[in-house]
Design a binder for this molecule. Structure first.
Ligand code: NAD
Length: 486
């Protein structure tokens, strides 16, 4: 990234319409995972700054007209945010590529996804209205969708700008005021998004961004002035968030981990299934809650499928961040890479066989080879544990019933895909899958993930849904209004 652009980095909290470039908080060293070199020093929000942010959000919600504006007025501001993102698309993509370890092509898609989120919610709230409930001629009974209030939003490091946009856009559309905490590893694009919101006319206090770690998140979650928490991250931390939010009975939405399955029947188009499994399992270097890392293949075609899957994995190219030909980026940190390598060793010790990849790449950066493990049994820890790296395991199955049982043999239930030329069977299996999302014979590419459709999981993959009009359910309260006509 050019030095001139680097000089524009925001490196401190955004509170009540101002950047606090330096406070008393810890310094967060933000790394470039392509090289392991420092990228920026960001000041973590300290308790006083967090207090100011929550007070500003509360004030903006209770004492400004933000929450009462006609939805079209807030929508116009969201359109201006989308336009601001589009105007700075290359700059945002380069920063995201460097900070989150994404090839530039993936980072550009991420910015496009953020633009789509603001565009969609700009036009959503004037279509999200209440009901009239028949109570006979003496009463008129209505429901009103009112904004929830001040919301705390906590996001992880794998899609930093997209994750922040999926939360801010519906919250702002609904009339909420936001206190958002990015991951300490990837705070930079969320801070630029704050600047874009300010330029778009979003009033002070309505959006506040607080970089920092768990302690910043804890202060937001436990503050009684915050009405709801929308969290994306690991299942372990999600459970802790629920526990903390229980004290003041906050509304909670959780987007958590996944150990997603593809189930591939012998009559499937194996080449398409292999290409899709590689895109899903190895895209974003496997650092995706949606990564399908359990590949269940009907026994007669296992060998043929594994060969095609290996060919698809071999096409991935590690390279320079800004090279449009690069398709494999690094993992987020050395610590995370060591964890991925340890999981592969444990899987091999438990009987899995490496048929592709399996090790860290030599040289600078936190790269790990796209890895395919064969002969993964249900008892192997890698069958159940989310690795969050480019590691997929192959597990054979015989019958439809056994395949369904394997898909559902997981604490998680985020998404999955089923591949079969027999549409009746494909739909039977899709309906039997205990997951929030299912793809039949393919999935739109990441760049086409539909903003219109609900995103979220069953079981320990979460509570609630992001995207679509469903997301507005979290950011609103329902008021029932009854009028006596007599
Ligand atoms: P994480 O749970 O460690 O952290 C997520 C966020 O929570 C970060 O901002 C972190 O600083 C904050 N945090 C950590 N401890 C906290 C605490 N005690 N109180 C408040 N905040 C706290 O997750 P991660 O390692 O950043 O991201 C990877 C995980 O996120 C994976 O499990 C992945 O599946 C999940 N994820 C889920 C989705 C989804 O939509 N379902 C999307 C992306 C990532």
């Amino acid at each position: 990234m050019a030095n001139a652009e680097q000089a524009r980095l925001r490196t401190g909290s955004y509170v009540d319409g101002n950047f606090v470039e330096r406070g008393g908080g810890d310094c967060l060293p933000v790394l470039n995972p392509w090289t392991g070199e420092p990228l920026a020093d960001v000041a973590a929000a300290e308790p006083g700054t967090i207090e100011l942010a929550i007070a500003a959000a509360r004030r903006a919600f209770d004492h400004s007209d933000w929450s009462q504006l006609p939805p079209t007025d807030r929508g116009a501001m969201l359109t201006a945010v989308a336009n601001g993102l589009a105007a700075r698309k290359q700059e945002l993509a380069e920063l995201e590529a460097l900070n989150a370890g994404k090839p530039i092509i993936g980072a550009l898609r991420e910015v496009e996804g953020a633009i789509r989120a603001f565009t969609y919610y700009a036009g959503a709230m004037d279509k999200y209205f209440g009901d009239t409930i028949p109570l006979g001629k003496e009463f008129l009974n209505l429901t009103l969708n009112e904004p929830l209030g001040v919301v705390g939003q906590i996001v992880p490091w794998n899609f930093p700008l997209l994750g922040a946009s999926w939360k801010l856009a519906p919250a702002l559309a609904a009339g909420c005021c936001c206190v958002l905490k990015p991951s300490p590893a990837t705070p930079l694009t969320a801070l630029l998004l704050a600047e874009i919101c300010a330029d778009a006319g979003v009033p002070p206090g309505v959006v506040n961004i607080l970089p920092g770690g768990a302690e910043v998140g804890q202060q937001i979650v436990t503050d009684p002035r915050v009405d709801g928490i929308s969290f994306t991250g690991s299942t372990a931390v999600g459970s802790e968030i629920m526990r903390m939010a229980a004290t003041s009975i906050k509304k909670v939405a959780l987007e958590l981990g996944g150990k997603n399955a593809c189930i591939i029947f012998a009559d499937a188009d194996l080449r398409r299934a292999a290409a899709s499994a590689a895109a899903s399992g190895f895209g974003n270097a496997g650092q995706s809650c949606s990564a399908r890392s359990r590949i269940l293949v009907q026994r007669p075609v296992v060998r043929e499928f594994v060969e095609m899957f290996r060919e698809a994995a071999a096409k991935l190219r590690a390279g320079a961040a800004m090279d449009p030909e690069t398709s494999l980026g690094p993992l987020i940190s050395e610590q995370h890479r060591s964890g991925v390598a340890a999981s592969v060793s444990t899987a091999v010790a438990a009987g899995a066989r490496v048929v592709h990849g399996g090790k860290s790449l030599a040289g600078a950066g936190f790269f790990f080879e796209p890895t395919i493990l064969d002969d993964v049994t249900v008892a192997n820890p890698i069958f159940s544990h989310e690795i969050f790296g480019p590691v997929c395991g192959i597990t054979p199955f015989e019958t439809e019933a056994e395949g369904i049982q394997l898909v559902n043999d997981s604490q998680y239930g985020l998404n999955g895909s089923v591949w079969s030329a027999n549409i009746g069977r494909a739909l039977r299996v899709a309906r039997a899958m205990r997951t929030g999302m299912v793809a039949v014979n393919g999935l739109p590419s990441a760049s086409k993930t539909s903003i219109f459709a609900p995103f979220g999981g069953y079981k320990q993959s979460g509570i609630g849904r992001e995207l679509g009009l469903e997301a507005l359910g979290f950011y609103t309260e329902i008021k029932n209004l009854v009028i006596d006509l007599s």
